[in-house]
Design a protein around this ligand. Sequence first.
Ligand code: HEM
Length: 457
Amino acid sequence: MTSSMHTAQADAERLPRMPQRKLDHIPGDYGMPLFGQTFEFLRDFHGLINRMAAEHGPVFRASSFFQRGVTVLGPEANEFVLRDTQHVFSSRAAWNPILEKLFTDGLMLRDFADHKYHRRMLQQAFKKNALAGYMARMNPHIAEGITHWPQGEEFLFFEQIKSLLLDVGAGIFLGLKMGPEAQQVNEAFVAAVDASLAVLRVEIPGTTWHRGMKGRRFLEQFMMDLIPVKRAGGDNDFFSELCRAADEETDVTLTDRDVMNHMIFLLFAAHDTTTSTLSSIIFTLARYPEWQDKLVAEFEALGKDELEYDDLDQLVQTTRVFKEALRMFPPLPTMPRRTVRDVEWQGYKIPKNTLVSVVPLHTHYMEEYWSNPYTFDPDRFSPERAEDKKHFFQWVPFGGGHHKCIGLNFAELQTKTFLYHFLRQYRVSVKPGYVMPHQLVPLAVPKDGLPVSITPR
Ligand code: HEM
């Protein structure tokens, strides 16, 4: 561990007790008294960022949710903040106020050397062999799950995919068979996720927060009880892999508490992001049915019932659709950090203890990098056009640098496995002229649940 990492870690721990310093030397404004830009942030986040960028430039101060902060735009800014070569940007201090109680000590809520150690341990559950194993288990589960989806009537795609991925997740992550136990775990988990958006955070019975904390406590107990079984057994679910993960030098494994905390956070990080991605993909495929045919042709060319890990790279068109949907609708449109020391960006001093946000959503629509950015055009990712290759930090739906999504390969294999089964079985459509209304923050989801119809192919 370097000494700058040590100091950064200690500085980050002290931040909550420190006053925020003035940002008046940075262009921007704080919007309405007290509420700042909160309402615009919630109503039209993309519009707010575009407006502030047009009025103040790519570095501006703003205020939402009673927090003043600085937003920095563009690929260079993404690289500066996310790669964080100076160890000044704390992820924990930025995310903890929202997630600490429900998703305690998850990987994203750790910093610097401590984060590096835990990330190395978790990486072991994401190795190629482990991923191939999860995928093999996922295939039959998804294929079976979608056979019961309603045909001949409109239904909400978002609800169906959420429920399917919860069931698949209980199997793959925890090794549970579907039944009352998995059902109880899923309900506790959904309550905890819902509570992460709660404004009122006191445990009064009947509130979302109370249900969420109850859910958290249930999950804690459930995981702790299962750990000895998982440590002793030879299962290949994610939980078992994590229990066995050991430090390469010392052979020491994670403590029970760490395993439990990581598992709860991973379920959270994996679930809503993947349902968001699949909703965006299904919306675009329903709008552009010719892409459904292209994907099915690619799937049929493999000539097999189940998709295997080694097939993934051959799905060239599917990869482009996946990337394009994540460009247009990144599930996390913005990511926060908090400075542990003063730092300078583009001539502006950003003081210690400032909330700094990067905005993938904005970068993904910059005309300097993308042609006709509002058009769905997966071929922009083809080797001939390679629009994404101008800057390493211009396509950042998975973030980048130290905290880059550890589950990105998992997300891709799960998305492709779902599409492989779903599109070979069904054609999917939306009403003519339908445009999915997105709620962008904190996570991009269809406001109306995405009403679709399916017919057998
Ligand atoms: C398409 C789906 C997904 C998207 C778009 C996505 C996006 C992201 C982003 C943007 C971050 C970085 C946040 C930050 O820097 O503040 C992140 C981190 C993370 N993601 Fe994902 N994610 C997805 C799926 C998954 C899945 C399936 C898993 C687990 C199986 C997962 C586990 C994590 C974890 C543990 C972190 C924290 C990494 C760290 O702090 O080192 N994600 N994800």
